[in-house]
Design a protein around this ligand. Sequence first.
Ligand SMILES: CC(=O)SCCNC(=O)CCNC(=O)[C@H](O)C(C)(C)COP(=O)(O)OP(=O)(O)OC[C@H]1O[C@@H](n2cnc3c(N)ncnc32)[C@H](O)[C@@H]1OP(=O)(O)O
Ligand SMILES: CC(C)C(=O)C(=O)O
Ligand SMILES: [Mg+2]
Length: 538
Amino acid sequence: MTPPEDPNRILLFDTTLRDGEQSPGISLNTTEKLEIAQQLARLGVDVIEAGFPIASPGDFEAVQAIARDVDGPVICALARANAADIDRAWEAIRDSERPRIHTFLSTSDIHIEHQLMSTREDVKGLARASVAQAKALCDDVEYSPMDATRSDFAFTAEVVQIAIDEGATTINIPDTVGYATPDEYADFLTQLYAMVPDLRGVVLSTHCHDDLGLAVANSLAGAGAGARQIECAVNGIGERAGNASLEEVIMLIRTRGDRLGLHTNAVTTEIARTSRLVSRLTGYPVQPNKAIVGRNAFAHESGIHQDGVLKERSTYEIMDARSIGLDANSLVLGKHSGRAALRQALEDLGYTVDGATLKQAFERFKEVADRKKQVTALDLEALVTDELRADVQGYSLEWFDVEASTRRPPHATVAVRTPQDAVVEGSFTGDGPIDAIFRAINSATDIDARLREFRVDAVTGGQDALGEVSVVVELGAPEEAVKTDTPGVLTGRRVTGAGQAVATDIIEAAATAYVRALGNAVQKAQAAVTDAELAQTP
Ligand SMILES: CC(=O)SCCNC(=O)CCNC(=O)[C@H](O)C(C)(C)COP(=O)(O)OP(=O)(O)OC[C@H]1O[C@@H](n2cnc3c(N)ncnc32)[C@H](O)[C@@H]1OP(=O)(O)O
Ligand SMILES: CC(C)C(=O)C(=O)O
Ligand SMILES: [Mg+2]
């Protein structure tokens, strides 16, 4: 990609599906990644970093599906600076109309000595070879000197020059460990421009982590120094404390366009929906006071503020909630609504459903409408994303019985359908109804999963709100290999799986979420076994 013709345009590079997915406990399957990628395209991001194809067969498949199906943005795949990674990345994205290979290698001495156990000379050689290899495959190549902000400046400049000489079209300067301060980061970029004049012919990019809470501030400082691509992730998810938050970057540039003189091509009214979709599919909640997309971001609690807003909104509001897509849809459906209204409502939300999918969604909707007075747009969105998950899981909950009492220990019996289409049953007497049901699922499936995280949220307000449950389970033990009769569940290495579910009954949502988490963990364990077997093949 050449620098945008408009010198004030900031390119948005979204890494939710790559760096974002590196957050502990997040594991998205191909269908979920595709759904997020389609939504990112609707939001108008310029580049989607779809994944790290060498990391696993699942990651490869998801990147390939996105490259084939998502039109509009550049589709980018990550690769370490080695031939196998770059070939695999290219294989995954080659069918995209606008593919990009992103290759990286650390320039800091800390990384070179202690992680790569290499030398600066080797790093230069690998940078040269990897960009040359990527360029021979793909015209659009991004290069990142990882841990740049803790690197020797002159050495980083040398590496950047090499990458440009070999044909890199974007140079990204990662603040990998979130260590830089805004003035320091801006200085780094300014000096780089001075030392590597060829940088003016490519796009300079920021990739800032939030370890000290400065990711967005550093990205903005980078843009001030001339960077025209900002790497970020929805809801700020990512490695450790996360990446610069996409929605904050977009709304900062829009709201303070007067001062910054910059703009993006984002369709801001898609922000709220994108944030909810990512939160729901990753199981990562958005903190209530999170800028832009937290549920309190546009809420006024105190009397003086309410008084001001009632008189004139601008007294206490710098952004209009509608500009990020809140309250855009005041749709209310009830138990008397029909299929046509449901289809229209779903289309308004950006989901095209017909045939069997509409039938299924309609049945689910009627079940919920029978229990809830009104089904709002948020409820519908939660139900549709839930259906999406249901399609792709290997295990599913058939039924459960649970007895809860203050006089007897709670007892649960469950039936679970396995990927082999058998229905297996199990019972357990636990410490509480949820504990009993989770352990009954373990007993039914003969999988010794341990609960790592459990969270219940209400989708909307009110007594009859839909409950949304997120669960993370762990399989395997570090000290001993675990083997069960379930094909592939053999691992000496711990794997986690996340699952979410939505229902009016939170025990049902919890049981469904647990079964889904278990299914995801088993899939990951199977992939780990396959990888290990492949590695052992001579
Ligand atoms: C800052 C970032 O976000 S970088 C991206 C981080 N993302 C991820 O790591 C997620 C996906 N990763 C994975 O699935 C695995 O780490 C894999 C499949 C990529 C590699 O797995 P393994 O082969 O088992 O290696 P492992 O993860 O243990 O170690 C990483 C290896 O890559 C090397 N390495 C690290 N960065 C680079 C690089 N940019 N270029 C080349 N080699 C690199 C390390 O030195 C180490 O090599 P060694 O095994 O010879 O010591
Ligand atoms: C791969 C690189 C760009 C990265 O994620 C980082 O350095 O944080
Ligand atoms: Mg990163």
